[in-house]
Write a protein that binds this ligand. Structure first.
Ligand SMILES: N[C@@H](CCC(=O)N[C@@H](CS)C(=O)NCC(=O)O)C(=O)O
Length: 253
């Protein structure tokens, strides 16, 4: 049995499926894909994932993409260390939170991240070279996102994204007043999802939201996730992000 995990820095989507791999104690080959060099759009990588995005799981030659799908796949194939409740109600609650994060959180945090980080990278590329790079991006929406990052997202779009993030952190805070973890009494893929896509970096990315005062339970929950040995190990992975661009990701390094 061989498992190969293609990923970038230990943040957002790349972190989201790395954590379950480590939590489950699986042996896997880690393949770093350098987004700063646009390796995700290179021929060799697009041959593996035609959508030109990380992360990707290769299990004995079977390619699985999209983090929520990868994580449920890992759960189905390697259920020994469970990260999904075994009862249908618990599993439904976990999926409810995963859907919420995937549809209503991830893109909004991502827009702010792209605005601050990818925008700088995109603006540093010479004109002709930028257009040539855009040609290689397989997903039309992703091409638009790169172009928007280069020109800068509009204030209205950024304000809308911030509103959605405020709604999300307040919703999580309310849930954590009722249950220790998002889907109930157990740590699940839902916690991993919200942590990787928002929770780990929201305080550092949005100091103006005064998260510590506004969402004390979320901060406590985030610290509990960070303190898990598997999470610490996943976070310690390779990071080639220029130090000046690291602050938004919430990296301690
Ligand atoms: N829905 C996908 C999203 C994957 C995604 O957005 N990956 C980003 C990294 S966090 C990426 O590959 N970005 C590079 C690019 O789009 O050029 C998933 O859950 O895996």
């Amino acid at each position: 049995m061989t498992l190969k995990y293609y990923h970038a820095e230990p943040a957002a989507n790349s972190l989201k499926s790395m954590i379950p791999l480590v939590e489950k104690g699986l042996n896997f080959q880690s393949v770093y894909v350098d987004l700063h060099k646009f390796e995700q759009h290179a021929e060799w990588f697009v041959a593996i994932n035609p959508e030109g995005q990380v992360p990707v799981l290769d299990h004995d030659g079977v390619i699985i993409t999209h983090t929520t799908v990868i994580n449920e796949y890992l759960e189905d194939v390697f259920p020994e260390v469970p990260l999904r409740p075994r009862d249908p109600v618990g599993a439904a609650r976990m999926r409810y939170w995963n859907k919420f994060v995937d549809e209503h959180v991830m893109n909004h945090v991502s827009m702010h991240g792209w605005h601050r980080m990818v925008g700088i990278i995109a603006r540093n590329i010479e004109s002709g070279e930028f257009e040539a790079l855009m040609e290689r991006i397989p997903l039309p929406d992703q091409r638009k996102k790169w172009k928007a990052a280069r020109s800068g997202f509009s204030d209205a779009d950024l304000a809308n994204a911030t509103e959605k993030i405020i709604y999300a952190v307040d919703k999580v805070e309310k849930q954590l007043a009722q249950t220790a973890w998002l889907a109930g009494n157990d740590y699940t893929l839902a916690d991993i999802n919200f942590y990787a896509m928002c929770g780990m970096m929201v305080e550092r990315m949005f100091p103006e939201l005064k998260i510590a005062a506004r969402c004390p339970r979320l901060v406590q929950w985030r610290d509990a996730v960070t303190a898990r040995p598997a999470v610490a190990k996943a976070l310690a992975g390779e990071d080639r992000t220029a130090p000046g661009l690291r602050t938004w990701t919430g990296h301690a390094r």
